[in-house]
Design a protein around this ligand. Structure first.
Ligand code: GLA
Length: 397
């Protein structure tokens, strides 16, 4: 009764309340899907995207929750006399509406890419000056997700530029998830909620555990470090985006890929696979479709993990979950095994309002071994491999 009263009151005070609630509900949990960029770059085509749609179904990715299929840069080639955006007719001969229909027929959602600047990062036409026209076109094509980049921004104010496209998408009345790809320069976590559903926090990910590039590209460890202080900005409908997954692209070891996937899940990051799903090897499939790890990512509480203990090269991250559970990830940044001997009772976890490990007994479940490994009454003794993780969920006994 109290809730109904509050909702009516909100509607009277702010008639946009229900619409903004609907907008935020489009990404109650971090979006999941596949994006063409990390593996294929500009080599996108209707053939590739259709094959990937088929592969998402066949590989079990769709059923594991990956439902957005996003075509990144290079699908667009110009504008016609009316200013309408044109898809490359050689690469997309059937047109984007037909491709969208195909994607939808597989039980998937259709994502596309554009840029707030005059050109995209690969010098294709951007949306600057065409925001409403482009949004209308996307809606006609059945687009469900827009990733919106920040190249050739020509000194625009980032918040204003993203708000314009957000307004344009909202005007179509089609539910379209809006991914702000501004790389973190203007702190989009401070203004992105309500404008978009997710915002990139760094420059582009590289397929490596630890590496940095002059232009700003980063390996997974540096990206993880840059998320540590951002946890308070994430929540249902609005997520920090540490960039798309490189799992399965060949640049990292098995343990590093597991670390990448585990930490992205802990960070309540969008999970956008970026590898070739048409010949998915069993090891990569096992990582990407680990249901228990995905459940941590998709947890209804929508909290991002915090770095609870920083012991230099050994870290403990904690993510409060619904129903009083907690996900804990022990991260070994070093080149040697971490001989963990962890006394739960000594380490009170006051980081979440309702969890005090000292006072209660929890069951400890290993999310990669898929079994319970004791309770918090006893020390957790495990060897964590170099660059690896131990990821567990604590649930009350
Ligand atoms: C930027 C983005 C990438 C990708 C490319 C495409 O670098 O950050 O994720 O979309 O542009 O050109």
């Amino acid at each position: 009764m109290k809730n109904i009263f509050l909702a009516v009151l909100m509607l009277l005070v702010n008639p946009f309340f229900s619409y903004s609630q609907e907008f935020s509900d489009l990404a109650k949990t971090p979006p999941m899907g596949w994006n063409s960029w990390n593996k294929f770059g500009c080599d996108v085509s209707e053939k590739l995207i259709k094959e990937m749609a088929d592969a998402m179904v066949k590989s079990g990715m769709r059923d594991a929750g990956y439902n957005y299929l996003v075509i990144d840069d290079c699908w667009q080639i110009g504008r016609d006399a009316k200013g309408d955006i044109i898809a490359d007719p050689e690469r997309f001969p059937s047109g984007m509406k037909a491709l969208g229909d195909y994607i939808h027929s597989k039980g998937l959602k259709f994502g596309i890419y554009s840029c707030a600047g005059s050109m995209t990062c690969q010098s294709r036409p951007g949306s600057r000056g065409y925001q409403f026209q482009d949004a209308k076109k996307y809606a006609e094509w059945g687009v469900d997700y827009l990733k919106y980049d920040w190249c050739f921004d020509e000194g625009q104010n980032a918040k204003a530029a993203y708000k314009t496209m957000s307004d344009a998408l909202k005007e179509t009345k089609r539910p379209i998830v809006f991914s702000i790809c501004e790389w973190g320069g203007s702190k989009p976590w401070e203004w992105g909620e309500g404008i978009g559903h997710l915002w990139r926090t760094t420059f582009d990910i590289r397929d490596c555990y630890q590496c940095t590039f002059d232009w700003g590209g980063l390996g997974i460890l540096d990206i993880i470090d840059r998320q540590a202080d951002l946890w308070k900005y994430a929540g249902p409908g609005h997520w920090n985006d540490p960039d798309m997954l490189e799992v399965g692209n060949g640049g990292m070891t098995y343990d590093e890929n597991k670390t990448h996937f585990s930490m992205w899940s802990m960070l309540a990051s969008p999970l956008m696979a970026g590898n070739d799903l048409r010949n998915l090897d069993p090891t990569t499939a096992q990582i990407l479709t680990n249901k228990e790890v995905i459940a941590v990512n998709q947890d209804a509480k929508g909290q991002q993990a915090r770095r609870f203990m920083d012991m230099g090269e050994h870290e403990i991250w904690a993510k409060p979950l619904a129903d009083g559970k907690v996900a804990i990830c022990f991260l070994n940044r070093t080149e040697t095994d971490w001989k963990l001997d962890y006394d739960w009772k000594k380490n009170t976890m006051y980081f979440v309002e309702d969890v005090k490990i000292k006072k209660e007994t929890y069951i400890v479940r290993d999310l990669w071994e898929h079994k319970s490994i004791g309770t918090t009454e006893k020390n957790l003794v495990k060897s964590i491999p170099a660059h690896g993780v131990l990821m567990v969920v604590l649930s009350k006994k």
